[in-house]
Design a protein around this ligand. Sequence first.
Ligand code: AHR
Ligand code: AHR
Length: 493
Amino acid sequence: MTRIAVDLERPIGRLNRAVFGGFIEHLGRCIYGGLYAEETSPADEEIVRQDVLDLLQELRISILRWPGGNFASTYHWADGIGPMALRPRRRNIAWGGVESNHFGTDEFIAYCRRLAAEPYICLNMGNGSLAEAMAWVEYCNGAESTYWSDKRVENASASPHGVRWWGLGNEMYGEWQVGALSAEAYVSEATRWARALRMVDPDIRLVSCGMNGWNDWDRVVIEGLASLVDLHSVHLYTGSADYWTNVLQPHQAERAIAAAKALIERTAYVKRIASPPRIAYDEWNVWYRTDDGSLEERYDFSDALAIGTYLNIFVRNCDWVRMANWAQLVNAIAPIVTSSRVAVAQPIYYPFALHAQGALDLAVDAHVYGPNIDAKILEGAGRWPHRITDLAPFKVIDAAATVTEDHSRLAVTLVNRARESAELVEIVVRGAELSGEARVRTVTSENSTEVRRLPDVEGVSLEDSELEPRGSLLTLLLPPQSFALVEAERAKT
Ligand code: AHR
Ligand code: AHR
């Protein structure tokens, strides 16, 4: 049995909804054939797929990162504006194939508006220039009549796009990145860029390119850029064919957050920086099965458990993690996959949807007393070199909790990682009585024989139920390998 003590009076911090962000890249069928229908000719208006949009809307994506990823490092944004038929076709250096440039800045902004998501643009620090980046900011945000803002008025809208978030390059440390740099060279380049971009628009927010949070690259970048940026980004991909390794590897994010936080706090103290950057997890996901130009990963339910755990970690660390972008959203390592006829959700879609739909204003302390996982983790097995054994013991149940500003409502997200056994869970709300019925939404792996809409895409079982609280207690039985969202109300005093 597991007891979870939720303390409404111990807030961790305000949960920034930007942790429910997404990421789309010009990669395989993410944009063309994903967000957009495939059947388009150069002269056609591209067709936004409503089925994909409907599924994305359920995820409440709050902020959308684009155009990459690795793609960003060779993307020349001016190729992607103006009349479709005149846009140049270019090689997609990062992922292969040809880029039509049909989805460009104005299409991206229009898509963000449809999703009610904030745009977040990653700049090309690979083979792009500072002049190009400055022009991009002017195109998006310029309010007066100038060369580039007039172009925006001509192409898309009289009012500025108002793009607040800009990323200073993608994975600039990696040899797979066009134009990769040493940490020191990156700091000096990014310093020039940050200062100049803020001259174009002082209201923009900048994200520095970190690595994994604990690397020397992060240290050098944080020391060099902490006074110039709003967020320091880190990326994390996990995954393994071994169940326990797959399910538990997201805990590596806890190490990353702790390490990046320590580096930032040290720099802030030494350099007397009053408001140092926080962390943006601007790429994260399970990804280990594919490594071609399309990354059409098929997910199973153990991956869904990993996703639930990742998000619990972001909620528990919301004082430091201010943004996170799920990489990616459609077809390429994605919760949503399409054929020309249908769009279908993979198992990983559901914990994200429930998290994003259930999350309330403030994260509060949720202490888990319960059994630990007794299983072997295969260190360094599979694609990623992550080592997590030193972070053990891991609880069978992973939990996070949020409350409304006035503490009147509570949401708890629970991951039961036990492979075979159900776990009895008692949630104790400290110092408050609950009233009415609590609502429980539980996802487990599919148990129906219903015909799948795409034969290779696993389904899930999603069940809604109601629960009667007893005073300050809620007791529920979590099926093996399940994710649950529990929503309860506090009795009026
Ligand atoms: O999301 C796929 C790739 O992973 C991105 O393009 C890159 O930034 C990362 O290595
Ligand atoms: O491990 C680095 C990642 O592996 C790169 O971002 C991706 O492009 C490659 O497949």
